[in-house]
Design a protein around this ligand. Structure first.
Ligand code: URA
Length: 270
């Protein structure tokens, strides 16, 4: 799937960069953003393949201000980010794993620098939780371990909205059971939907604040129905943008990150 490599966030500040001014050598900037080893990054500059704004740059040790730094590498525009926060419209038929077993991984849908930033064994961004191979929709990725932990932790009750097409007609009894709580096969404690709304004869949306394995599919099965298609349309108060096509990704700005972390009370019910 073709993707634009360079892009800019929807607004300026990032949780990871606390507004502090930082000066770095351009070769270190490139290294931090995933453009290769320090030697490769120095080489990119020396070969004239890097521009700072509109100006060519040929000195790897040139000091630059990283805040809101725009540069390009081999003509591709980039914006410096102390840490990476992005959303992907996960297409069907992809696994949220670095080592997929039966279908392609989502990670090559992202440009190589995003997958390599930071270097080392834990390089690049990681998905915040996983969606099944056949599930589509909003997936967050980051290289900020604390953010990933906070978003994935059941204690933080981040609400996620799933739009479901069911195999059998949905009825009010099923909706009420999903709201009251159903018992899944691996835990005697019932799991309940934070919100549940029938949107058509064969469709409903379900808001969950936890993320057990195959939870939506198992909950639907527990009320005698079956998931035919599953799409995650919202995390917290952040909606999957209508103009983000399957397979496309976008940086998250500070305002969008605040929406993601919005308390359940701030999330309009599904
Ligand atoms: N619940 C599921 O059953 N599958 C998903 O991909 C996400 C939630």
């Amino acid at each position: 799937m073709a993707l634009a490599v360079g892009c800019s966030p929807s607004d300026g500040a990032w949780p990871g960069d606390n507004g502090a001014m930082a000066r770095m050598q351009i070769q270190d900037v490139l290294f931090s953003q995933g453009f290769g080893t320090r030697r490769v990054c120095a080489g990119l500059v020396q070969q004239g393949l890097v521009q700072l704004g509109d100006a060519p740059c040929s000195e790897p040790a040139e000091l630059v201000e990283t805040e809101a730094l725009r540069f390009s590498v081999q003509g591709v525009p980039w914006l410096y980010q102390a840490q990476a926060y992005l959303m992907l419209h996960k297409p069907a038929g992809y696994e949220c794993s670095q080592k997929p077993s039966t279908a392609p991984s989502i990670y090559p849908l992202l440009p190589a620098p995003i997958r390599q930033r930071g270097g080392g064994a834990a390089a690049g961004v990681q998905a915040v939780g996983r969606l099944d191979q056949d599930t589509t929709g909003l997936l967050l990725l980051s290289d900020d371990g604390k953010f990933i932990h906070r978003m994935s932790s059941p204690r933080h009750h981040v609400a996620k909205v799933y739009d479901i097409t069911a195999k059998h007609p949905v009825d009010d009894k099923q909706v009420q059971k999903l709201l009251a709580g159903v018992v899944l096969d691996d835990d005697p404690k019932p799991v309940r939907a934070a919100a549940c709304h029938q949107s058509g004869v064969l469709s409903l949306s379900l808001t969950l604040t936890e993320g057990k394995y195959h939870q939506v599919k198992r909950m639907l099965a527990a009320v005698g129905n079956r998931v035919e298609t599953l799409h995650r349309s919202r995390i917290g108060a952040l909606e999957l943008p209508a103009d983000l096509a399957p397979g496309q990704w976008r940086w998250l700005g500070a305002a969008e990150l605040a929406l993601v972390s919005a308390a359940p009370a701030a999330v309009k019910s599904a």
